[in-house]
Design a protein around this ligand. Structure first.
Ligand code: ARG
Ligand code: ZN
Length: 880
């Protein structure tokens, strides 16, 4: 059944304090709760029944103010427990039995590698006990945990440890108290045999915070990077947002089986091992950066999420969009801002644009949902972050900070809405965001069509801008958006000073050569005066809005932007537009049975990039990479996956052939003996080196294979080793089977490394990958209960190996259908995520559409579909 934002009502009851007692056992666990409940004075629902949430619980007893209720005094339907008659204020005592060992959904309380842990967001707490499981019910929690002392020496919950006790029966007990009222989704409990790394942090007001990262003993050597990242994040939040940590302890726990990346439970963050463990021998540069980003993200939630939380789940982007924006800025400050920006934009323009153009498209603040777990999306997170970034752009950094201060001051301890956030930003800045609010309510990616007119006589240059936004489910027509369009005009000798006729705009740069244009109308013109040469416009600088921008650049203009624009994003984007033009020509050449021959000027620009050692290596690497197949799938209609793949590969080979000397030089120049560091400079160097290696390996010659083999065997860090393995696996090198085997031999005791090993094979673009993946599903190291393994093998194959997933015989689709049906029973959240590639069926050629649709129909016909899978499948099949 569908839930609507417009149906929101304040809770009829509040829970002031929550006392929980857990007795953790080997086949079941007992949960006793004492809830101090009172009628909500704001609810105006005198005599309303008490309706609690609960699911998969065995109810043992229920009492009000010490009197046990008889069966006639309560009733149950679906996830609701209804007690018709309750006093104004009372204590509800409830006893439930749960079975964490059998909980494969990884929601609520479950066991992972011998340890008990929880995941309650969004609605998992109701799998622990009956409760008002909604974020606007905030309560002060006291938690008592009793468990076998040998098996579970470490017992953790939120807040402060207030008591420990050794019991005579071999068990022990701890009591935790969290002074900050919180919704149930932030509750956490951990019990297990864990070791920890400790450190401390002195806050801006001189308080010492005890920091601990709990892991299995064997992983103690992989915590340094997370700890350093945590301390950097704590400092950064003080310096950039004025936010100080508010308790004396902060704990992180790593668990193997986790549906998402991590969870911001108050003072007890629980992490997927993949987002906390890192060391150079086992972890790639991307892995290091992910750890840094996720540790910061969860830490930042302490303010943007916990101290100020969401009123209801439609407001999810209030905490997630803001927190992703915060963690992106943090990562930018820790590393290379341009590289981070390009990475974020790449994710947005592939995954998010695709979501916004598909059957599950929704605004960053959805109007309705069937299953909230399906709305932890790239739209809510990443587009949500772009919306906050646009506010930052429109207000400027100082007013934005004032707005943020006001937001935290006004709403500390409250559960609020996206509207409250916008109101605080408006109040602090005086900027009118009324039209800007359309970003919260309208789905779809706006398109900006821009053209330029130069008037030599008037010495003026006019940008004509028009915006449109395609229909999305439930929204056939859209009101215009308020789009901040950051621009500069490039003249022969550099950026031209900007003087805008009539209109007002935020002037950005000190030298007056960059501006943010307020695009608010369907069509609008901006005229710059005093322009005495025909300029090349640099548009959407820094990707100032999440839109598709179209401007009819000539190749010469793009080459100029790529070589000389001061905006890193625009420089990179020009390289991608040039690459796209090359791919279009390659498609035509391949279709006509002709050789693919890249344009000479384009090749010359790539050659210059490779040869200029003074450029940022990471930028060069990103500019040399052609637009990804995922990005191209957002450009072509319909998408002919195989044709695009083959044309793109042919073009890559032609580039490698033409530039082999430069590629080899570049490769050699980037090799280094320096001890590993995950810093921007080294990461850039490795990324360029491995980009060059991937190109060289396309040549399929002995010398390239020798390079890859030597790199595979001799490198001391996982970034280089894995890049070499990847290059080998995608080549015809006879050595590749041996490489895969020796890699497995060496790393079989490191689950996270074995996931990479699965993933490299799942993503192999050569024919036969499906059979490889099917074979690996029977490998002893594979475990369908572990989400990381499912993602590494099934997820990577279906989501990132287009040419094999879209096999013309439909075997890839059938494989995914089978896996979704299996996972629907054990882990609905993972099943519904895995399904996403099938939901995009409308994009492809008719034959593919039919086969994909048939799989969706087959899944829909399954009995006992979870709400997660049902929502995605049924919406995907609906017309819109
Ligand atoms: N709040 C968590 C984060 O952003 C993610 C929780 C995901 N939960 C879920 N049911 N999908 O880090
Ligand atoms: Zn988050």
């Amino acid at each position: 059944s569908t839930i609507y934002l417009s149906d929101y009502q304040v809770p009829a009851y509040l829970i002031d304090t929550t006392e929980l007692a857990f007795e953790l056992g080997e086949d079941s666990s007992l949960v006793t709760s004492l809830l101090h409940i009172r009628r909500n004075p704001a609810a105006n629902q005198l005599g309303a029944a008490l309706v609690l949430h609960g699911t998969e619980l065995e109810l043992l007893s229920l009492a009000i103010d010490g009197r046990v209720l008889t069966a006639s005094e309560w009733s149950q339907s679906g996830e609701q427990l209804v007690i018709a008659d309750v006093p104004e204020a009372f204590v509800l005592r409830c006893e439930t039995r749960i079975r964490p060992q059998e909980n494969t959904s990884l929601e609520g309380l479950y066991k992972s590698s011998g340890m008990f842990c929880t995941q309650c967001e969004a609605e998992g707490f109701r799998k622990i006990t009956y409760y008002l499981d909604r974020p606007d019910v905030m309560s002060v929690f006291t938690v008592e945990i009793t468990a076998d002392a040998q098996r579970y020496p470490v017992l953790l919950s939120n807040g402060n440890l207030v008591a420990t006790e050794t019991l005579t029966d071999g068990r022990h007990k701890t009591v935790w108290q969290d002074p900050f009222p919180k919704p149930a989704y932030l509750f956490a409990l951990v019990a297990g045999k864990l070791s920890c790394v400790s450190d401390s942090f002195r806050t801006m007001n001189g308080r010492d915070v005890d920091l601990k990262i709990y892991v299995e003993d064997k992983d103690l050597d992989k915590c340094d990077h997370a700890m350093a990242s945590l301390k950097n994040a704590m400092r950064w939040d003080e310096e950039v947002y004025g936010r100080e940590y508010d308790l004396d302890i902060f704990n992180i726990v790593a668990v193997d089986d986790f549906n998402m990346g991590a969870m911001e439970n108050k003072s007890l963050n629980i992490f997927n091992t993949s987002c906390v463990l890192a060391k150079p021998e086992t972890t790639t540069d991307a892995g290091f950066q992910r750890v840094e980003g996720v540790v910061a993200h969860e830490y930042f939630h302490n303010w943007s999420g916990n101290r100020v939380t969401c009123r209801d789940w439609f407001q999810l982007s209030l905490k997630e969009g803001f927190t992703v924006f915060r963690d992106s800025e943090f990562s930018a400050d820790m590393g290379s801002p341009t590289v981070k920006r390009v990475e974020d934009v790449t994710l947005l323009r592939t995954a998010q644009f695709a979501e916004d153009a598909g059957p599950m498209a929704h605004p960053i603040r959805p109007d309705s949902f069937i299953e909230i777990s399906n709305f932890y999306t790239v739209t809510v997170y990443e587009k949500g972050a772009e919306v906050v970034r646009m506010i930052h752009t429109l207000l400027g950094p100082d007013a934005f900070r004032k707005g943020s201060d006001l937001y935290f001051e006004r709403h500390d301890g409250q559960a609020v809405t996206c509207e409250d956030f916008v109101l605080a930003m408006e109040a602090a800045s005086g900027v009118d965001l009324s039209q800007f609010r359309n970003w919260y309510s309208q789905a779809g990616t706006p398109k900006l069509s821009v053209s330029g007119d130069y008037d030599a006589e008037q010495q003026s240059y006019t940008l004509n801008v028009s915006q449109s936004c395609p229909a999305t489910p439930g929204q056939s027509s859209k009101a215009p958006f308020h789009i901040p369009l950051k621009v500069a005009l490039l003249g022969e000798a550099g950026q031209l000073p900007l003087q805008l006729l009539g209109e007002s705009a935020n002037v950005e740069s000190a030298d007056n050569t960059e501006m943010v244009l307020n695009v608010t109308e369907q069509t609008q013109s901006f005229t710059f005066t005093g322009i005495n040469e025909l300029p090349v416009p640099s548009l959407l600088r820094g990707f100032s809005a999440p839109v598709k921008l179209d401007f009819d650049y000539s190749r010469e203009q793009l080459l100029r932007l790529m070589r000389g624009d001061s905006d890193g994003f625009c420089r990179w984007d020009a390289s991608q537009q040039l690459g796209l033009a090359e791919i279009k020509r390659a498609l035509a050449d391949v279709a006509a049975g002709q050789n693919v021959a890249p344009d000479a000027a384009y090749l010359a620009a790539c050659r210059d990039l490779l040869s200029d050692g003074s450029l940022d290596g990471a930028m060069v690497a990103m500019m040399l990479q052609l637009p990804s197949e995922a990005y191209l799938a957002e450009i072509f209609h319909p998408v002919d996956v195989l044709a695009i793949h083959h044309a793109r590969e042919a073009l890559r080979l032609a580039i490698a052939t033409a530039l082999q000397l430069e590629l080899l030089d570049c490769y050699n120049r980037c090799c280094s003996d320096a001890p590993y560091a995950a810093d921007a400079e080294q990461i850039a160097q490795r990324s360029l080196k491995n980009t060059a290696l991937a190109y060289l390996m396309l040549l399929d010659n002995e010398s390239a294979r020798e390079l890859a083999t030597a790199q595979f065997e001799n490198s001391e860090n996982m970034t280089d080793r894995l890049a070499a393995l990847n290059a080998l696996v995608n080549s015809a090198a006879p050595y590749k089977a041996k490489a895969l085997q020796s890699f497995y031999q060496n790393w079989q005791h490191e689950p996270l490394v074995i996931n990479q090993w699965f993933q490299v094979q799942a993503m192999c673009r050569l024919p036969g990958s499906l059979e490889t993946v099917q074979g690996l599903m029977n490998h002893p190291a594979f475990d369908i209960r572990n989400p990381n393994k499912v993602r590494a093998l099934i997820g990577a194959f279906c989501g990132q190996n287009g040419v094999n997933f879209h096999r013309e015989d439909g075997a890839g689709y059938r494989f995914l259908g089978d896996q979704v049906i299996i996972l629907n029973r054990s882990n609905p959240q993972i099943a519904s995520r895995l399904l996403v590639p099938l939901t995009k069926w409308r994009k492809y050629l008719p034959a593919a559409q039919q086969l994909m649709c048939a799989e969706l129909q087959r899944i829909l016909a399954e009995p006992d579909l979870s709400s997660d899978v049902y929502e995605v499948v049924s919406k995907s099949l609906q017309d819109y």
